[in-house]
Write a protein that binds this ligand. Structure first.
Ligand code: NAD
Length: 253
């Protein structure tokens, strides 16, 4: 995801530095060799590296210090219980905090459960007390094998942010999509995050919508949610204990 976003954002005219703690990946990328297979990525990579808009480094702290906007696209592997392991996200957020030398927008591209962006904000605040920054949620909806195409032709661009300054920065970064009138969906940090539960369809859905968090229990899907949408006639849902469901929600829509 990080590489697709890096080549895509560079192609929009932004100056992009891709960074990774994996030095081998960085070496390959600096030689113009993509580390994933996605149709079209090699051409975009080559073009942006050649025209100087895209470079790669394993010096993550230096890349953070030099950036106005930092995209977090680290892995969030799923554990056996289906929950996401957020240790890479937390580590990356710490690196950002320790290297926050001026106002920056920190954008989460990794697929994270509800509440994680708030947590990222807390981690950065701890590492950089009093420093100014904004956290933005910008989930990606890329299909495997069509990731480059999907990045350039999105159905919608979902951006969760809480400040006008961050909104203007995101508009600027995505200006190429703005110009072709791709639909932008602006929302708060949490509203950009969706959880779902469907015992039958979940496995197929995961492949189509990797950014949704999937819960194995219906009640878990509404914890801290502002709204719950029940779209089924299954008896399991007819018999839901709605007061119990409401009690674990934050809102009551
Ligand atoms: N919706 C989509 O379209 C879609 C598709 C695939 C993945 N994703 C999500 O995007 C995220 C990334 O997935 P991926 O497949 O690109 O993962 P990946 O494992 O291929 O890439 C993540 C990279 O992050 C690097 N990394 C880890 N910790 C780091 C740190 N502290 N600083 C710098 N780099 C660090 C790793 O070395 C690795 O190269 C995941 O959350 C995944 O669920 C979304």
């Amino acid at each position: 995801v990080g590489l697709v976003a890096a080549v895509g954002l560079a192609d929009f005219g932004n100056s992009v530095t891709g960074c990774d703690i994996d030095g081998e990946k960085i070496d390959k990328l600096n030689r113009g060799i993509p580390t994933i297979y996605e149709p079209g990525i090699e051409e975009y990579l080559k073009r942006s590296v050649e025209n100087g808009r895209l470079s790669f480094t394993a010096d993550v702290p230096a890349a953070v210090r030099a950036a106005e906007v930092v995209f977090l696209a680290v892995g969030t592997p799923q554990g056996d219980d289906g929950s996401a392991d957020l240790s890479q996200v937390e580590e990356a957020a710490k690196t950002v905090g320790r290297n926050l030398d001026g106002y920056k927008v920190v954008v989460t591209k990794s697929t994270v459960p509800v509440g994680t962006n708030r947590r990222i904000k807390g981690i950065i605040q701890n590492e950089a007390p009093g420093k100014s920054f904004d956290v933005v949620s910008n989930p990606e909806f890329l299909r495997e094998g069509r990731a480059v195409h999907d990045f350039f032709h999105p159905d919608r661009i979902v951006i969760g942010c809480e400040s006008e300054r961050a909104k203007e920065t995101m508009e600027d970064i995505y200006r190429a999509l703005y110009l072709i009138q791709s639909p932008f969906v602006w929302c708060g940090l949490e509203t950009a995050e969706i959880r779902a539960h469907d015992p039958e369809a979940m496995e197929t859905f995961k492949r189509l919508f990797p950014d949704v968090s999937y819960e194995s229990k219906s009640y878990d899907a509404v914890i801290s949610a502002d709204a719950a949408v029940i779209v089924t006639e299954w008896n399991e849902y007819r018999t839901l204990d709605l007061p119990k469901l409401k009690a674990s929600m934050r809102g009551n829509i």
